[in-house]
Every structure is written in structure tokens, then in C-alpha cells.
Design a protein around this ligand. Structure first.
Ligand code: ADP
Ligand code: NA
Length: 345
């Protein structure tokens, strides 16, 4: 595969949790390590997307710092990958406006995420007409900004989770609309790389995915949790009353989530079912929990240490941010020159 451009983004929402790590970040690192020399890798901390919801003053700057430290801690290498804050490259918002002039509101209003915002509030109560009218335009149009993020770098490949598949289709629609309206072929339709990793479930409710928005902090493991905290969270995770290990993802979702985690880190690559039928078969759940705590700690220990290190190296990180932004500006500017010329701007 020649001349690939891989782009992905993540919102600065503070220290990532184990789900973010296994579902997204670890894949970025893998792609970086396996990339051909002529593949460009571009990873954006999308702070403009983060302002679609209100947050207390001061937190966004902290969350951005934590996210960049996390990306460096998991092994993204600024010498190989362009890592930058979206808001430092104004071409993203410029292209968003231009794309919004050829994007259809009908398509946007069919987006699953928008439709769920239109029907339910965050606490899952039904929205009335007044509340619907109060929904912010940024939430409605953010798929256009997401399209601009990708298209401005002429990304050929975008790794995303299943929940983002529809937005990628929309980005391809933006390409068609723009190129057709101006009779050009400047914008490039990106391919979706679906994240292969299974969802990590909440430790306190294994029917829900692990998420930063869960009010219970014991439901998730953060990349900064100490070994003691990780062990405590896993040991007290919700399983069931059958005190012996078996693989039954439907009947025993809590146990299945732990087995899936163990399988994810298994050096021999065994499946969760194979692990349940191996030396863990019939063992008390505490044995399984101890094993999971061990492998998660082995994995996250070095990440946590590097995270703390980068949080302390402020000048170095500032330089990484500045260099990343200037790389990203250069990458975007080539596209914007063509786009502005086509639009006569
Ligand atoms: P959250 O659900 O905590 O709000 P985001 O929606 O910000 O997380 O997701 C950031 C990235 O992490 C996305 O690529 C998403 O697919 C991935 N991700 C989030 N939660 C999980 C999870 N529980 N298991 C696997 N991947 C996840
Ligand atoms: Na989310």
C-alpha cells in the first residue's frame, strides 16, 4: 500500500480509560509501528469537538495536557507521527465551513448520534419540544467538522470504532458533494479501518461499556491508576454468585468481560473460551480476578510511569505540540490552496 495517509482523532476528555486504550490508542501505536516508511500518520487531539458540551472553567486545558501526555506515554513517537491540537490548525474550521455549504441537512439529521440526542437527554429522559430547540448547533454539525479533520489532510485510511462508521460515510458524502459542486477531484474519499478490538465493559455494570461518563469511578480503570487501585477495582468488579470460572458471555457477562481482558493480553493469543477451559476451569472467581489484575498492571505500569514523566516535562511537551501543529498546518495547506482556488476564495 503506497502513500497511505492515516488520520485519527480523539477528544481531550482527560486521562484515558482502559476501554479507550484497548479500543483506540493501542491500535494507533500498532499502526505507527507497522506503517510503511512512506505512510503518513496524523493524530489529532480534537479540542474543537470537545467544546460542543459545556465544562467547568480550566478543565479543557488540563484535559488536553493529560491527553497529549497519554499519547506520548503509550508510545506514539512525535518523530514518526504528527500529533497536534486541532484548534491550532485553523484550516480544519475553514474547511468545515466550506463543506457545510455543500452538505445536506437531511443527511445530517439522519445521523444516529443526532437522533439519539433529539429523543433523549443525557439522563435518558425524553426531550420535550422546548429542550429539542435548545440543542446546540455544534452537536448537529460536528460530523462536518469531523469530515474536515479527515479531508483536510487527504487521509486515505481512518481507524475508528463501530460507533463512528456512519460519520465516515458522511465524510465520503462530503467529498462527493464538494467535488461535484465544483467539478474537481481535489478531495479524497477515505477508507474506514474498523477497530478490531472488542468493547471493554464497565466493571460495575458489565452490560454497559466502560465509559468516562459513568458517574461511578470504580466502573473504569484509568491509565494513571496505581497497581493497588487497579487490583481493588478488579477484585470488587461485579460478577455473579457462581463462584467458579466458566465462559458464558450471555449468562455471565461480568466473568466474560474479565476473561476477554485476560485473552486480550494473553501472550499465546488464546481465546476467552480457551482460557476458561484451561487451568482456570472451575477455579474460584478470585483466581481469575487476580490474574486479570496482574496482566493489566503489567501492561499499564510502564504507561503510568511514562505518563507522570511527560506531565512533568512541560517544555518538551510544549515543543511537541508546536512542532505537531506546524507539520499539520503544512499538511492541510496543500489541500486548502486547491480548495480555495476551486471555490474562488
Ligand atoms: P467514552 O465512551 O469514555 O466517552 P469516547 O467516546 O471518547 O469514550 O471514545 C474514545 C475512543 O475510545 C473511541 O475510539 C471509542 O471507540 C473508544 N472506546 C471508548 N470506550 C470504549 C470501550 N469501553 N471499549 C472499547 N473502546 C472504547
Ligand atoms: Na462517549
Amino acid at each position: 500500500p503506497q502513500g497511505r495517509v492515516i488520520f485519527s482523532g480523539i477528544q481531550p476528555t482527560g486521562v484515558p480509560h482502559l476501554g479507550n486504550y484497548l479500543g483506540a490508542l493501542q491500535q494507533w501505536k500498532l499502526m505507527q509501528d507497522e506503517a510503511e516508511p512512506d505512510t503518513k500518520l496524523i493524530f489529532s487531539i480534537v479540542d474543537l469537538h470537545a467544546i460542543t458540551v459545556p465544562r467547568p472553567k480550566g478543565l479543557l486545558s488540563q484535559w488536553k495536557r493529560e491527553m497529549i501526555a497519554a499519547l506520548l506515554a503509550i508510545g506514539l513517537d512525535p518523530a514518526r507521527s504528527t500529533i497536534f491540537y486541532q484548534s491550532m490548525v485553523s484550516a480544519h474550521s475553514e474547511l468545515q465551513w466550506i463543506l457545510s455549504c455543500t452538505a445536506s441537512t437531511g443527511y445530517l439529521s439522519r445521523m444516529t448520534q443526532w437522533k439519539s440526542k433529539m429523543s433523549m437527554s443525557d439522563d435518558a429522559s425524553l426531550l420535550d419540544e422546548k429542550a429539542k430547540k435548545g440543542l446546540k448547533h455544534g452537536l448537529f454539525s460536528y460530523p462536518i467538522l469531523q469530515a474536515a479533520d479527515i479531508l483536510v489532510h487527504r487521509a486515505t485510511h481512518v481507524p475508528v470504532g463501530e460507533d463512528q462508521r456512519q460519520h465516515l460515510e458522511f465524510a465520503r458524502e462530503c467529498v462527493t458533494n464538494f467535488n461535484h459542486a465544483y467539478g474537481v477531484s481535489h478531495l479524497v474519499a477515505p477508507s474506514t479501518i474498523l477497530s478490531p478490538s472488542k468493547r471493554v465493559m464497565s466493571l460495575t455494570n458489565p452490560l454497559q461499556k466502560m465509559s468516562k461518563s459513568d458517574p461511578n469511578p470504580n466502573s473504569r480503570i484509568l491509565l494513571t491508576d496505581t497497581p493497588d487501585i487497579i487490583t481493588t477495582k478488579i477484585k470488587s468488579s461485579l460478577t455473579d454468585s457462581v463462584n467458579s470460572v466458566s465462559w458464558d458471555p450471555v449468562g455471565r457477562p461480568g466473568v466474560a468481560n474479565l476473561l476477554s481482558l485476560l485473552a486480550h493480553f494473553d501472550p499465546a493469543g488464546r481465546s476467552p473460551a480457551a482460557l476458561a477451559e484451561g487451568e482456570l476451569a472451575g477455579k474460584p472467581l478470585l483466581d481469575l480476578k487476580r490474574r486479570v489484575a496482574e496482566v493489566v498492571n503489567d501492561e499499564l505500569g510502564p504507561v503510568r510511569e511514562r505518563f507522570e514523566e511527560f506531565m512533568g516535562r512541560r517544555e518538551y511537551v510544549d515543543q511537541v505540540i508546536a512542532d505537531g501543529a506546524s507539520d499539520a498546518r503544512r499538511s492541510a495547506e496543500g489541500t486548502m490552496e486547491l480548495v480555495r482556488e476551486a471555490v474562488e476564495l
